[in-house]
Ligand binder design. Sequence first.
Ligand SMILES: [Fe+2]
Ligand SMILES: [Fe+2]
Length: 135
Amino acid sequence: MIEDVSDRLTREHRRLDDLFGRFLGAARSGNADAALDAIREFDQALRRHTEEEEASVLAPPTGHKFAPSEAESAQERLHRELRLEHVQVREVSAMIRRLLEEKSDLGGASSLAGNLARRWDAHTAREERELFREP
Ligand SMILES: [Fe+2]
Ligand SMILES: [Fe+2]
């Protein structure tokens, strides 16, 4: 991958980490308004970031949308799984956002935070380790 693109995407990962940290801090201190502001910003930045990766970094899906085609290469598999992880991360982020926007449910939002943190951390670590270092 072109180095300045992977550097920029890595910097965006850290910026998203910071936004998510802001959400966690606000949630822990019981500040629902600040938590909503932070998760909104995270959610928007997440959508922009993952859409760019899907449009210009990840190979187009092969075969069925998320199911493996026969004789899939290791690289095709990586790209397919990263796309699937995007769908999952965006879904949990959207759920947290909706809980706060529609119900001001800080408890519900907080209970999903660990799930999102684990998925996001695993996803970005995998991209930085495997995708951004692809030749
Ligand atoms: Fe990604
Ligand atoms: Fe990424």
